[in-house]
Design a protein around this ligand. Sequence first.
Ligand code: CAO
Length: 414
Amino acid sequence: MSKALEGVKILDMTHVQSGPTCTQLLAWFGADCIKVERPGVGDATRGQLQDIPDVDSLYFTMLNGNKRSLTLNTKSDDGKAIFTKLIEHCDVMVENFAPGALDRMGFTWERIQEINPRMIYASVKGFGPGPYEDCKVYENVAQCTGGSASTTGEIGSVPLVTGAQIGDSGTGLHLALGIVTALFHRTVSGKGQRVTCAMQDGVLNLCRVKLRDQQRLAHGPLTEYPQYPNGEFGEAAPRAGNASGGGQPGWIVKCKGWETDPDAYIYVITQAAAFAGLAKAIGHEDWLEDPEWNTPAARLPRLEQMFDEIEKWTMTKNKFEVMDILNPLNVPCGPILSMKELAEEPSLRDTGTIVEVDHPERGKYLTVGNPVKLSDSPADVARSPLLGEHTDEILREIGLSADDIAASKSAGAV
Ligand code: CAO
């Protein structure tokens, strides 16, 4: 079976997390991803959070699978000549340097189009055009400036950042969609185009339901928020603890063992259609006849009391038992799964969502495989490359002779 993006050549100038998640996705779909790294240094994450001395970190290996590594000093004259050949050779260039870095190397969008008019040039930056466009940005800065932190956390407490890397990996995902869209458009137009994604915009896109709530505030309190009916609503969409954020009330409740196990909890959603089954399961059949409980509107002012009652029942069972009882009743619920539990979950191994990969220096490690499944183009997850592992073979592919390669090496370009 052929890979969906087989034949697409990616000039991957990305580093850290946002850009590499994008190009790793494209590589899983079969694109040939040539990762360009600074000679002797490479992507900074190779050396960050190292768990084994002098071995590429898991930070790096888990974001750079299925790629080839070429070391190249794109600031030297010889390096620029090779880089120009790479632009001619490839279909897509992806970068997430600080604003202006590629321009400073001499490779502006205009110059890139001159070299290869079919080139798609994709970038991640922290902000789009505006007051902050020159800022360097990392994950949590994007979460804070994109509306996630102001709407995440306990009521009346500090804003919180989430563990999900919505700024970095989220923007990488957005960028990948932009790239495949531009590749599709190129089949019609014959031309490449510029694809840009700001991390602030990516986070805001993922937080659009909170902008929805911001506008609803003008028309009265947000009745599904725990602040209703007794709390205060200010001028901005507030933090809402673990409230579901949708039209169906939900909350995290304790399960058996919560005193010692930090993840002995389950999320329960009291969807109206399944409420009767839930009420019966927790021993509150009385609610079904009681006008104070038997409609979603009647329950809204007493959600806290309702989840307290649900919790009294969930605390008598472990989170998987609760799931086993509520699922057949169509009550949407989800145990809080720890990373340990996810790493050990056989069904995720079976689907290739968690994959064990073998690395020549670190041995076996786990990584998250391609979460997007194509029926005719399955993704094989391969290990990340060593620094410069494919330099010679890539230089040969773009037409350098053995003498040229030797000369570039002695000039320090590769
Ligand atoms: N050869 C020669 N020089 C190279 C090179 C190569 N192969 N690869 C990179 N460089 C140079 C760059 O040109 C840049 O030089 P100048 O400063 O002279 O232009 C320099 O290395 C450093 O690049 P940088 O400024 O991007 O790196 P940084 O560590 O200072 O900043 C980051 C990192 C992530 C804050 C910044 O790149 C950024 O804001 N990126 C956009 C937003 C983003 O993607 N953030 C998410 C990162 S993941 O949390």
